[in-house]
Design a binder for this molecule. Structure first.
Ligand code: FUL
Length: 457
């Protein structure tokens, strides 16, 4: 590729833009998963599919409590496992007997999805749904008729419970009673969601709207691009195909690579898509509630937050309800503590600039910004620099450095450096109190950086 072609290629990559629903999702930043069902009673992580519906009786179910607890940590939604791999449905589905209508819960008249959707609406947060494609109960599993069954259930969920913020497709796939693996008709599933819930983002390992970060440990990548090769997010929309060369299978990147979407990878891709990463992890070791487990420490949760929300991803943190339908008091306490810590660290900015303009320009892709710190900031040196690109125009910054400045003189050593920025990058700085401002130098970008906000905490 000639230099001119490469420049144009990078410009194109920098201008792959998110849809309105992807932008809204990125701004949601932090929300909860709730793994709930027959496993909450049996203590299994993967149910067998032959559980008796009679064991499900969360007589103390209190979804308002769930909503209050997740809000106390600053979360903006809850994604419920309406059906996990065991096939037991938490709503009274017309299409199966393996659901709440045959349980003692609210005398067979209960509907967890409805109770949660009403509680989320009351609490002003969003509701998302997980509907496991893998179903160990359905006799149809492993045949074409299973896709009809799945679509009928998906339609029930998409049409009866108001606005859905996210639909979560689990990639897990086992064998049916006929010994065959189900071929999931994702195109059809996606079409149903788009028809009834056009604002819902769809999570799947390979897109279309958001993708799996590649691990369940709450570990984000230092270099996380929301613009990735189409081969990695096969279900994403390709807005341009400039630079097509080789179409390797890049799915191995999911788990192993320190970077996703960097130049090496996009150069050899057939086309690029906007598909940001979601980090899903649990507040405890398991996805379902096990009384013997303890919630992770505050330090761990803080690390996960910085690695996800602070690394150009969203955080989906699982809080598993107990068999009786309540959150574990230990989790409620940890969430409160976590919310208080986030408020302490990020609640009150020392300084903030909206849509900052560069103070120096070396080239159209190398610029620097300045943020002044107020003199009367007590002994707060400014510990966190939070950088946000205006990703309506795409993701552009490839590397940056932050310097302390005193009396107009930049300190020779940077206090922090990083690669991508994207929706949000939270960087920790040294605690040198003498500085009176920070200089943020964009050392490389695919096209002129467009910053939305710089904040110091
Ligand atoms: C995995 C599932 O197998 C786990 O049980 C859990 O639901 C997790 C979020 O996704 O693929």
């Amino acid at each position: 590729m000639s230099e001119m072609n490469l420049k144009q290629f990078l410009k194109n990559a920098a201008n792959v833009r998110p849809s309105a629903r992807q932008l809204a999702w990125f701004d949601r930043e932090f929300y909860a998963f709730a793994h709930f069902g027959v496993n909450s009673v049996t203590g299994r992580e993967w149910g067998l599919g032959n559980e008796d519906p009679a064991i499900f009786n969360p007589s103390e179910l209190d979804c308002d409590e769930w909503v209050e607890a997740v809000k106390s940590a600053g979360m903006r939604g809850i994604i419920l496992t309406a059906k996990h791999h065991d096939g037991f449905c938490l709503w009274p589905s017309k299409y199966t007997e393996h659901c709440v209508k045959n349980s003692p819960f609210r005398n067979g008249k209960g509907d967890v999805v409805k109770e949660l959707s009403e509680a989320c609406a009351r609490g002003g947060i969003g509701m998302g749904l997980y509907l496991s494609p893998w179903d160990r109960n359905s006799k149809l599993y492993g045949t074409d008729a299973y896709n009809d069954y799945y679509c009928a259930q998906l339609t029930e969920l998409m049409t009866n419970y108001g606005e859905i913020m996210e639909v979560w497709f689990d990639g897990a796939c086992g064998e049916g009673p006929n010994g065959k693996k189900q071929v999931y008709d994702f195109d059809r599933y996606i079409e149903i969601i788009r028809r009834y819930q056009p604002n819902a983002v769809i999570f799947n390992d390979f897109g279309p709207d958001i993708r799996w970060c590649g691990n369940e440990a709450g570990r984000g990548r230092p270099e996380e691009w929301a613009v990735v090769p189409h081969e990695l997010c096969k279900r994403g929309t390709v807005p341009q195909t400039e630079g097509a060369m080789l179409a390797g299978d890049l799915s191995y990147l999911i788990n192993s690579d320190e970077a996703v979407g960097n130049l090496n990878q996009i150069l050899y891709s057939k086309g690029l898509v906007f598909c940001g990463s979601e980090i899903d992890t649990s507040i405890r070791d398991g996805w379902f509630h096990h009384p013997e487990e303890e919630p992770h420490s505050l330090e761990h949760l803080m690390k996960v937050y910085l690695n996800s929300v602070g690394h150009n991803s969203c955080l989906n943190l699982n809080i598993p309800p107990m068999a009786n339908g309540r959150f574990d008091p230990r989790d409620i306490a940890r969430l409160k503590e976590f919310g208080a810590e986030l408020k302490k660290q990020f609640g009150e900015p020392i300084a903030t600039v909206e849509f900052p303009q560069p103070v120096k320009t070396l080239s159209d892709t190398q610029t620097s910004y300045r943020i002044e710190l107020p003199k009367d900031r007590g002994n707060k040196p400014g510990k966190w620099i939070c950088l946000e690109e205006d990703i309506r125009f795409g993701q552009r910054v490839d590397s940056f450095c932050v310097y302390s400045v005193k009396d107009g003189v930049r300190m020779p050593h940077s206090c922090t450096c990083g690669r991508t920025i994207g929706h949000k990058q939270i960087c920790e700085c040294d605690d040198w109190e003498e500085r009176d401002s920070f200089e943020i130098v964009i050392t490389a970008a695919r096209d002129a950086a467009q910053m939305k906000r710089i904040t110091v905490y």
